[in-house]
Design a protein around this ligand. Structure first.
Ligand code: FES
Length: 147
């Protein structure tokens, strides 16, 4: 982790790329790294924590084998994203930001996937899908978890 910090320390606004690099390396940003990063960059722990909590992409524990991200921004909300989120919670048995106990799947929210005209938009394992309803979401999840 200190090597990751050293590699990005001189970048402008180094905190964000450092946190991304840590997550890329470790699969998550464990809360234990907060004081180390703060010390290395000479910023407060609150500042590091603030960045981690502001950006929904950061995880405090590794994601499941499949990651489902549902867009909850305005355009997708207007065409049923909230109902889709409710369905996903029931179907997967996890809340937003959580990973299933068996680590099979993580459910996340995202605020715009750049696919606003084709909402509700969903990303499954990094692949973007538009006009997703409950039935299609089930099919996408089934396909992903059996891959
Ligand atoms: S609002 Fe959902 S993709 Fe933009």
């Amino acid at each position: 982790m200190r090597a990751v910090v050293a590699a990005h320390r001189d970048e402008r606004g180094a905190l964000l790329p450092i946190l991304h690099a840590i997550q890329d390396e470790l699969g998550c940003v464990d809360p234990a790294v907060v004081p180390v990063v703060a010390e290395e960059l000479n910023v407060s722990r609150a500042e590091v924590h603030g960045v981690l909590s502001f950006y929904h992409d950061f995880r405090s524990e590794p994601a499941g084998r499949t990651t489902v991200r549902i867009c909850r921004a305005e355009a997708c909300q207007s065409v049923g994203a909230e109902a889709l989120v409710a369905h996903a919670r029931d179907r997967l048995g996890v809340s937003l930001g959580e990973t299933a106990f068996d680590r099979s799947v993580s459910l996340d929210q995202v605020f715009c996937l750049g696919n606003c005209a084709l909402g509700p938009s969903v990303q499954v394992d990094g692949r973007l899908y538009g006009r997703v309803d409950a039935e299609r979401l089930d099919a996408l999840v089934d396909e992903a978890v059996t891959r």
